[in-house]
Design a protein around this ligand. Structure first.
Ligand SMILES: [Mg+2]
Length: 190
């Protein structure tokens, strides 16, 4: 599928949701591109997963910010590839450094840089341990099997909406509790 066709489809998917993340964060290796960049020579011309560019264009068109969180030990190669692929201007933050924390440090930095709360972020990554630790911070986190796809985007936005609704529901329960009103199943129905 051509990039603009993927972009249009991504915009259509995004248009189906009323509650949207403010920031979408991508891993690099095996999420945006199908290799470990540390194993590649800098002079190479890299390529992205087939739907990655179109999805990012769709998010941009819809006014959703994007960032990178990568544990690659070779940020110089990663940045060279990002330049070559002409996608650098898409990202409001790029945190690329190796770390023993499973990206919690990356997300703290992204939060400081952007001011976006963790609960307003959506994250795509191919490693389960990163997904587990980052989702504990309140970020909706989606494990990708074969790079980022339109299917993963749809799943991510669905889970983001569900998480948002759960948070709102809990807020309501706490408000009722605080005001002395018993949170019965009747009053908490949405
Ligand atoms: Mg990866």
């Amino acid at each position: 599928m051509a990039d603009d066709k993927v972009r249009d489809e991504a915009m259509q998917i995004i248009g189906m949701f009323q509650i949207l993340p403010r920031l979408v964060v991508f891993d690099l290796d095996y999420t945006l591109w199908p290799f470990y960049c540390e194993c590649r020579p800098k002079r190479e011309m890299p390529s992205l997963y087939p739907q990655a560019k179109g999805i990012m264009s769709g998010l941009k068109e819809k006014g959703i910010q994007m960032a990178i969180a990568s544990r690659s030990p070779t940020s110089d190669i990663a940045n060279t590839f990002i330049d070559k692929l002409n996608i650098k201007s898409l990202f409001v933050a790029k945190e690329i450094f190796s770390s023993w924390t499973h990206k919690t440090e990356h997300f703290q930095k992204i939060h400081t840089r952007t001011g976006v709360p963790f609960t307003d972020m959506l994250f795509f990554d191919d490693e389960d341990r990163n997904i587990k630790s980052v989702s504990k911070m309140g970020v909706t986190s989606i494990l990708v099997g074969d790079g980022v796809t339109l299917g993963a985007l749809r799943q991510g936005l669905t889970e983001f909406s569900q998480n948002h609704n759960t948070i709102e529901k809990n807020k309501k329960v706490w408000r009722n509790k605080y005001s002395g009103k018993a949170p019965s199943s009747e009053t908490d129905k949405d």
